[in-house]
Write a protein that binds this ligand. Structure first.
Ligand SMILES: NCc1[nH]cc(CCC(=O)O)c1CC(=O)O
Ligand SMILES: [Mg+2]
Length: 329
């Protein structure tokens, strides 16, 4: 660069709001947001989740109300997670295959009442298992890969039959994306997307989510034999390469903020749609900062969500989706 001060003043373009807008390199819009919602049995039910202040479980009828709010705010898609009553949880998580389980009923109700918003459903057994793991255990407590993957295929077909637009396997079993893709094709569901949780880390930021789906108190041990080690980045690229080869339409990195480097590397390397999940612990951390008076909610919500777009994301799953969409709208 030959020009220098005073010819070059980078503050010039920052001097007015219109000029800052004109020079913004990254744009966050409500259509970039996916809103995770927790579903619970009953009618007219709202159950606040203590560890996720501002987030509740909703019964199916009230999820439909949330979907209308989301649509009106311009949100593109919802992500559903069920709270399963303890008596419906088993070691094999077979409630995942029940065509009338809570997820399927919620999906059908949403597609019927608010068809213009996308519905993403999570594939993994943890909301249905009595031990809180994402898969089937052997006698030693190891999560079995191939037997679990067979269950996940059934779960994905069950969700697709209920009307899910995007199947999102969050379990981290090897090979499941290809198996699910083949099964969807075999079932004639050619336009059902797969958004793979491709690089999902064994994280300390999932605690409030486990409370929300009711598996927190049940989980024995950790998920380190299937979710990734936070020390690894090359391995994330291999995970993404495999899921794309197996037929994923888009890939996810999870959690979000601690893994912006992974998002950036995945985008640079593969040039495919990448999503981030700003997970429950991240949400709770931001809300704790707001409650402590050390951060302004609107500012940190927009700053963190824009960071995902800047790093290369097509969109973000965030519990702040409705709030952010209304700020942006
Ligand atoms: N299949 C489990 C699943 N799907 C989404 C999340 C976490 C989301 C969040 O923390 O917001 C988890 C938790 C886990 O792996 O234990
Ligand atoms: Mg994998």
């Amino acid at each position: 660069m030959s020009a220098r001060y005073p010819q070059l003043r980078l503050r010039r373009t920052r001097a007015t709001p219109w000029s800052r807008r004109l020079h913004a390199e990254t744009l966050l819009t409500p259509a970039d947001l996916i809103w995770p919602l927790f579903v619970v049995e009953g009618k007219g039910v709202e159950q606040p989740i203590a560890s996720l202040p501002g987030v509740s479980r909703w019964s199916v009828d009230r999820i439909v109300e949330r979907a209308r709010e989301a649509r009106d705010a311009g949100i593109a898609c919802l992500a559903l997670f069920p709270y399963t009553q303890p008596e419906r949880r088993t070691a094999d998580g077979r409630e995942a295959l029940n065509p009338d389980n809570l997820m399927c009923r919620a999906t059908r109700a949403l597609k019927e009442a608010v068809p213009e918003i996308g519905v993403l459903t999570d594939v993994a057994l943890d909301p249905y298992t009595s031990h809180g793991h994402d898969g089937l255990l052997d006698e030693a407590g190891y999560v079995l890969n191939d037997a679990t993957a067979d269950m996940l295929v059934g779960q994905a077909l069950n969700q697709a039959a209920a009307g899910a637009d995007i199947i999102a396997p969050s379990d981290m079993m090897d090979g499941r994306v290809g198996l699910i893709r083949d099964a969807l094709e075999g079932d004639g569901r050619h336009n059902v997307q797969i958004m793979s949780y491709a690089a999902k880390y064994a994280s300390g930021f999932y605690g409030p989510f486990r409370d929300a789906v009711g598996s927190g108190g049940l989980l024995k041990g950790d998920k380190k034999t299937y979710q990734m080690d936070h020390a690894n980045a090359e391995e994330a690229l291999r995970e993404v390469a495999l899921d794309l080869a197996e037929g994923a339409d888009s890939v996810m990195v999870k959690p979000g903020l601690p893994y912006l480097d992974i998002i950036h590397r995945v985008k640079q390397r593969f040039e495919v749609p990448v999503f981030a999940y700003q997970v429950s612990g991240e949400y709770a951390m931001l809300e704790a900062a707001v409650a402590a008076g050390v951060a302004d909610r609107d500012a940190v919500v927009l700053e963190t969500l824009t960071a995902f777009k800047r790093a290369g994301c097509s969109g973000v799953l965030t519990y702040h989706a409705l709030h952010a969409a209304r700020l942006l709208g």
